[in-house]
Ligand binder design. Sequence first.
Ligand SMILES: [Zn+2]
Length: 274
Amino acid sequence: MAFRPALRPGAPLLRRDATHLQIGTSPGIVIADRPGLGALLRLLDGVRDTERLQQLVARDVPELHADVASTLAELRAVGAVVDADAAEAVRRRFDRRRVGFVVTPGAAGLVATTRAALVSAGLHDLTSSDPELLVIVSHGEVERSVYELASTRGLDHLPVVVDEDRVRIGPLVRPGRTPCVTCHDLHRADWDPAWTAIVPQLGSRPPLVRPAALDGLALHAAAVEVAAEVVALLDDDTLRTAGHCLVVGPRHDDRASWPVAFHHRCACDLLTAA
Ligand SMILES: [Zn+2]
């Protein structure tokens, strides 16, 4: 594919002093100026390829004596110039990726904010009936059959629970590969034996939505954390909620995290053997 050079995204071209140019300000890449270099840099629009730029320079920038291709290669090596096609491919890497949501009453605000964050990250298919990841967002703990169904289907799923004034994210379940919600419940029952009696009641009496206990900024912070986990899963990146729960709130910058291991009484780790 042709190299279509563009200046480093978001970085302005500046004059530093009589003999140097600077690209960007964080902190900026300094390059030695030479006749015609500024004019060449101003021709880079991410659309013209090297050959077209050579033609334009030959016509309009006679003062540039250096070879266009090797000048651009030099600038690319120091990060002042990038390949626009490659940058665009990175930006569009989620075009065909599929995410689904299960939403219980009262959780719509968190879901809308999470979806907006995912759209900003380049995801478009957020209502897939055949998702790569199902995000299960509930206001209060939800009945366990929702998670069990996803596990039975072998579907990766991320529980997100608005729990009073905070949001619990995880454990992210990759059935048979990471600890599941039943593991989580069994660990809780180990220190709180009544949990076994409580679990069957979950979801049957959803909490009242008003007054909302969750602070608006904490809701946005939680949405970003959920979106970041979705992106990490699609990018095969490190997952903070696989084998862990991450809690956001009550303040927007409050975070708590704890590990969730496979529980010896849960058979979910046998799923892959089946
Ligand atoms: Zn399990």
